[in-house]
Write a protein that binds this ligand. Structure first.
Ligand code: GLU
Length: 363
């Protein structure tokens, strides 16, 4: 599972792997995970993405109900996160590991400049020989701007820091082959509709993820050239067990020629708008050209300059993801027009490409 080439490993712990049914932190289990990490840590950078803040906060506050309003869960997470970190701090320190806490909001990963800052912080923590412990910044995240699940968050972190391996520990052995429900699929090389059909929509006790968000995470990893594994974290020494029993699903990444920036573009969590283009423009894009205003038919959604957009053809088939050099209102004015006329229409100089080929990834 881990090869000589695995140098940067992200391990994602679901709420039910770190918090027991009574709502208590599973110190022994985390201790056994650290023992596993110790065995392969040498010369490798490790990141832990752990859920559990809300579950721990609920237990502390003796709040039993499952559905909690977002505003309240933000406050519960504020109380739970500090306790979660305290537990991690104790058990990692006992094992002579330094840790650092990073709480991430979608803006930190979805805005390029902030994503680069995030990457620098991780790199400096590695230099300080500390293990970053990551969670979503649940206390400020609102519904519209929330990861909600740590699977995609862990994948985006893996992509941003250039990790080669993401291990998702949850309460299932891997992705089950639906026919038998007992056999897990060993390897997945493409995430398509058939693979999504295998995903059980059942969600465990605490987690907000489930198999769907794990497949979304796999997509991000596969585009980023990162191996992803789903394995069972219910028993002690979860990684040792995965390696020994070879029981896990491995998602094999595509061989990617994309640079880090393009990997970041194609793995954006969502897009702010759609640009519809004609067949001529679609063909030009296929041939590696930039998108010009002349080929644009219409747009959907409102976005500012620099935001992530999806380019589709007349039948709404996805063609490319990219960063727009113009805002949606500017594109509305210049769509269908020749590039030479843009300055006259807008009244100020601008770029001539609406989405430059360097800011675009074909799908
Ligand atoms: N960030 C949430 C927490 O710490 C969990 C999100 C998830 O279930 O993945 O409670």
């Amino acid at each position: 599972m881990l090869t000589k080439n695995s140098k940067k490993i992200v391990i994602k712990l679901g709420s039910s792997t770190v918090i027991d049914k009574k709502g208590k932190f599973k110190t022994n289990w985390v201790n056994s995970l650290i023992k596993d990490i110790k065995k392969f840590k040498q010369n490798r950078d490790i990141v832990i993405v752990s859920s559990g803040a809300i579950a721990l906060g609920q237990n502390y506050l003796k709040i039993k109900q499952k559905k909690i309003q977002l505003e309240m869960s933000q406050a519960i997470a504020a109380i739970g996160q500090i306790r979660l970190t305290e537990h991690f701090q104790k058990v990692f320190t006992k094992n002579k590991f330094k840790i650092g806490q990073i709480l991430i909001s979608p803006d930190d990963t979805e805005q390029r400049r902030r994503a680069l800052n995030v990457r620098r912080t991780f790199e400096n923590l590695f230099k300080l020989k500390a293990i970053p412990i990551v969670n979503e910044n649940d206390t400020t995240a609102t519904t519209e701007i929330k990861y909600g699940d740590n699977d995609r968050l862990a994948a985006r972190v893996a992509q941003i820091i250039g990790a080669d391996t993401l291990i998702i520990l949850s309460d299932v052995d891997g992705l089950y082959d639906k026919k038998s429900k007992k056999k897990i699929i060993k390897e997945v090389t493409e995430i398509n509709k058939d693979i999504y059909k295998l995903a059980d929509t059942k969600i465990n006790n605490y987690g907000s993820g489930g198999m769907i968000t794990k497949l979304d995470a796999a997509k991000i990893c596969m585009n980023a050239g990162c191996n992803m594994f789903i394995g069972n974290g219910s028993k002690n020494n979860p990684i040792k067990n995965m390696i020994q029993n070879k029981k896990y699903t491995k998602f094999i990444p595509k061989i990617s020629t994309l640079d880090a920036r393009k990997k970041w573009i194609v793995s954006s969590l969502s897009y702010s708008g759609k640009i519809f283009i004609d067949y001529g423009a679609a063909r030009a894009l296929e041939n590696g050209k930039s998108l010009l205003a002349a080929g644009i038919i219409k747009i959907k959604g409102e976005f500012s300059k620099g935001e992530n957009i999806l380019i589709v053809d007349e039948r709404e088939k996805s063609i490319a993801r990219g960063l727009s050099s113009f805002s949606s209102s500017e594109i509305d004015k210049i769509k269908g027009k020749q590039s030479d006329n843009i300055i006259e229409i807008l009244g100020y100089p601008s770029k001539s490409e609406v989405v430059h080929k360097d800011d675009m990834v074909k799908l």
